[in-house]
Structures are given as C-alpha cells and as structure tokens.
Design a protein around this ligand. Sequence first.
Ligand SMILES: *Cc1c(COP(=O)(O)O)cnc(C)c1O
Length: 298
Amino acid sequence: MSEPIPCKSTIEPLSSYFNLRTKVDVLRLDLVHPVVSGNKWFKLKKYIEEAKQGQKKLVTFGGAFSNHLLATAAAAQKEGLQSVGIVRGEEPAILSHTLRQARSFGMELQFVSREAYRQLHYPGNLPANLPGDSLVIPEGGYGYPGARGAEAILAENETGVYTHILCAVGTGTTLAGMICSAMEGQQLIGIPVLKNAFSLRKEINELLPSEKKDAFALIQDYHFGGYAKKTEALLSFMNDLYSRSGIPTDFVYTSKAFFAALDLVRNGYFSEEDKLLVVHTGGLQGNDSLKKGTLIFD
Ligand SMILES: *Cc1c(COP(=O)(O)O)cnc(C)c1O
C-alpha cells in the first residue's frame, strides 16, 4: 500500500504471566489497526498494489463473519479502490456486524447461495455481472501475492532471536509468508482452526519454494470443534489470558493459537532454552458475534 500501515506491531512478554520456564513472547499484529485484523493488511498488500496499477476493482469472497472480507473493504476504501464482496448464503434480514461494517467501508455485497458459492472457484465460474476490470482475490487472500505480503510480518521487529514461531492457520497464507522469511533454523508451527484440515499441508507447500517445502509443523489438536466453534473452556481461557496479560484474543483464531502455545509449553514440547514467538494475528472484530458479557474485554 502506498501509505504505511497505521502503527507498528510490538513484541511483548507472555511467559512471566504464566510462570513458564520457556520464554514466550507475543508479536502484536492486532495493534496495527483498530478495526482490521493484523495479518490481513499484510496479505492484501500485493493484491492492492496490483489493483492500483490497473485501477481495478477488488473482488473477493467470504462468509458473514469473515475478517478477510472486512479487511478488504477497509483497505480498498483507504486506497481509493472500489470493492465487491461475494458473501456465502442468502441475504439475511439482519446483517452481521462484520457485513454492516464492510458495507460502511463502501463494499458492494453480493449474496449467493451456499451451493453457488461452492461453485465459485477462482479463476473459474465468477458471477457473470462482474466488471471486466476486476482483480479477484481468492477467499482468505490465499495465493502467492498473499504469501509475499506476509513475508514482511517478521521483518518489522527483532524476531531473529526466536527458535520457534507459532500462529493460527486458516488458509495458511500467513504461515507460508513467514516460513519464507524466517531465518535458518527457526521452526514455524501452525495451529489450524479448521477441523480435518487434511489438504492444508499441500496448500501451504504450493506457496513455498522447493527448499522450504515441509519446513513447518502443523498441530491439528486445537481446533475446539472446528471453524468458529468454541467451548466454555476456550472462552474462560480468553478471559484468563486477558486478566493476566491484558492481551485480547478472538474465539475463531488467536485464542486457539495462544491456548495451543501454552499447552505445548506445559507439555514439554519445547526445551527451556527455546524461545517461542506467538504471532497475534488480530481479528478481534470476530468477537462481536458473541453474546454481550461473555468476555471481560471488548
Ligand atoms: C484470517 C486470519 C487468520 C488466518 O490466516 P491465514 O493466512 O488464512 O492462515 C489467522 N488469524 C486471524 C485473526 C485471522 O483473521
């Protein structure tokens, strides 16, 4: 993007709040923008550069609670580009908070049935009424441009001291970017938030050069039932994490990554000499769909 992102991310300690012997720090990408999820700025960067060059309209996909859709809407407005969001499912009587916000950023929403949405596979069957000057961003920003943009995440801070870097994984594009920009010997760990994410390893490998293929771990035990699923234990963990550290998390992505990080440390996955960096990928707006009072922060 032409302008720098609004503020820089910072690194904060986490282990001292939990009496952990392995050093654990947090990279706060959630601080780069008040509304828009941290990693999404990075993933959208290259797509937006391309759209600006050709004065193209941004077209992308997502569900009613998609951080990616909202981030695209906000980034498009900021860069003076038009945006279209193709939303999975018929238009509801009451729009989700996410979709209302996306619309307020000027995004044109097109609702398609779940069936039709499934058929819409870039670069294939796009809706016939899309203008010819559209730049289509795959769902979740998955793809080379997304991963290239995410390479910048680790470069903004002093991240070279960490032996392990861990983050929540949806499409894996963010993880792929960090795998590419990690230093020799750094181990990347992804925590998939989807259940049965069997094709994920292959999809991530497709974004990596041959020497980096399979140079990462995916730990599939922390999805808490699947995408956007939650348990009482997860919600109390989020409140406990916040009351100890002041770090807010969302129930779709980052709470699962933090839960995994602490659980792995306690179960001896790391040695005492290891230094773990948990990447807080942002996305706090997802909590707006929770009942008021569920969380002690907002
Ligand atoms: C979208 C999102 C992710 C997943 O990013 P991928 O690059 O799709 O793996 C992780 N955390 C948050 C907060 C997100 O909004």
